[in-house]
Design a binder for this molecule. Structure first.
Ligand code: 5GP
Ligand code: ZN
Length: 112
């Protein structure tokens, strides 16, 4: 999608601090980190949100889930991490390309 911020990050049109990339996913540092480690994990295909996930995306979403602990360890998060998926305006989603927040380390805010 040509007007999507995260699609532009995947293509390199907008620069990002890339942490990992493979055929299915792209992982980069959040520009406004909410904790010492704050990554965004996104599918390379444009999907607006979890609401748009279909059976055809099973392999991709399973791939992301299996990759998350490995990515956390690669960032030094040896004793755990937090994942967040904001979905739609009611869920606080600001960027309309499905993304999983991976957070951990110093400064991790609590849930109140
Ligand atoms: P959301 O609120 O949609 O779940 O999260 C969007 C996230 O994208 C926010 O945490 C925000 O800081 C991050 N973000 C927004 N624009 C950019 C950008 O241009 N580059 C990077 N690396 N992160 C961004
Ligand atoms: Zn996109």
């Amino acid at each position: 999608m040509s007007d999507c911020l995260f699609c532009k990050i995947i293509s390199g049109e907008i620069p990002s601090a890339k942490v990992y990339e493979d055929d299915l996913i792209f992982v980069f540092k959040d520009i406004a980190p909410k904790a010492k480690v704050h990554l965004l994990v996104i599918p390379k295909i444009h999907l607006k949100s979890l609401e748009n996930l279909e059976q055809d995306h099973k392999d991709m979403i399973a791939h992301i889930m299996l990759k998350l602990p490995e990515l956390a360890r690669s960032q030094g998060l040896d004793d755990g991490f937090r994942t967040i998926i904001n979905t739609g305006p009611g869920g606080g989603q600001e960027v309309g390309h499905l993304h999983i927040h991976l957070l951990g380390g110093e400064g991790l805010p609590g849930f109140n």
